[in-house]
Write a protein that binds this ligand. Sequence first.
Ligand SMILES: NC(=O)c1ccc[n+]([C@@H]2O[C@H](COP(=O)([O-])OP(=O)(O)OC[C@H]3O[C@@H](n4cnc5c(N)ncnc54)[C@H](OP(=O)(O)O)[C@@H]3O)[C@@H](O)[C@H]2O)c1
Length: 329
Amino acid sequence: MKKILLDRYGAPEENARCATVDDVGAPGAGEVVFDVLLFPINPADISFCRGTYRLRPPLPATPGAECVGRVTAVGDGVSDVKAGDLVITLQRENWAQQRRVKADDVIALPPRIDLRQAAMLRINPATALLLLTSLIDVKPGEWVIQNVANSAVGRLVIPLARARGIRTMNVVRRESLFAELAKLGADACVVDGDDLAERVKAKTAGGTIRLGLDAVSGRATHRIAECVGDDGVVCNYGSMSGEDPVMSRPALSGRGVRLAGFTLTRPLATYPRDKVRALYADLARQVIDGTLTAPVEQVYAIDDITRALAHAQRGERTGKILVAPTGSV
Ligand SMILES: NC(=O)c1ccc[n+]([C@@H]2O[C@H](COP(=O)([O-])OP(=O)(O)OC[C@H]3O[C@@H](n4cnc5c(N)ncnc54)[C@H](OP(=O)(O)O)[C@@H]3O)[C@@H](O)[C@H]2O)c1
């Protein structure tokens, strides 16, 4: 089978290659084997390849935090999934044509779910939901501000907030995105820049922003913090700038704005498996009913991983880059 191997940490398109390796073999007791149908290239995968992610395994390593697959065989004692089922896995190393994993780490999906959305179900929808609901209790009518609002996470935050009556202030890098974000339910959009707080204040008309979501870091964190009201929370959950978050002392100590961090794996690790399964069942339901969706710009073959990785690092994409390891789906 084919599998992506990373030989060195560095520029992903220069150091990741598609290799032919042994098949995964038959499932042992309590294991599941599935064909990988699609996987996305997420910012965290790019950072994994660069060696700047929190996980930095010995090389060669296989990236890939998520995928969707179809079960081909199950081992003794496995009753939750069967051959033919669509699944996602909680394990990593998913940039391959086949996976053999513990059945406990597999979540079966409804057969009618869109495959592209299913490939992106594990990380971003759960992240958007927990960013909105697990940090502070934002009440209906209150505001949340987020940068990278046109990212997959940003586009998922918007309908999830709207469903709770929470208003969203959406910060992007170009005005041409305003109309499509408004269609998703964005209450207001604004282009990032030095005078962000003044322009945001004009748009909220006196409303308080309780929560700021920042995935850019560097001075962008500071700009989000300037928009958040006294005693509010800024949650840093990504670093598209590659920098560490910057907060001003007047915001921190003068106005009591708190800087929090978020990584999906931390809250999920505290959930019993039943709660994890219930979370993904609910998110899958919202994907199927059309509430949650993330656009896709292009799907590549696994042999084209170099081009796919270069493409995934371009700014101003209209959607995610996916790879279909076992052929078109
Ligand atoms: N902590 C967690 O558990 C967790 C989980 C999921 C995702 N995340 C993070 O969430 C963020 C979004 O992920 P995604 O998968 O939704 O992203 P995505 O769909 O691939 O979109 C990337 C976004 O980043 C923006 N961007 C790229 N470079 C930038 C820069 N230098 N400065 C400002 N904006 C920049 C892009 O804006 P343009 O369109 O203007 O280029 C786009 O909005 C990432 O930082 C990711 O690591 C964190």
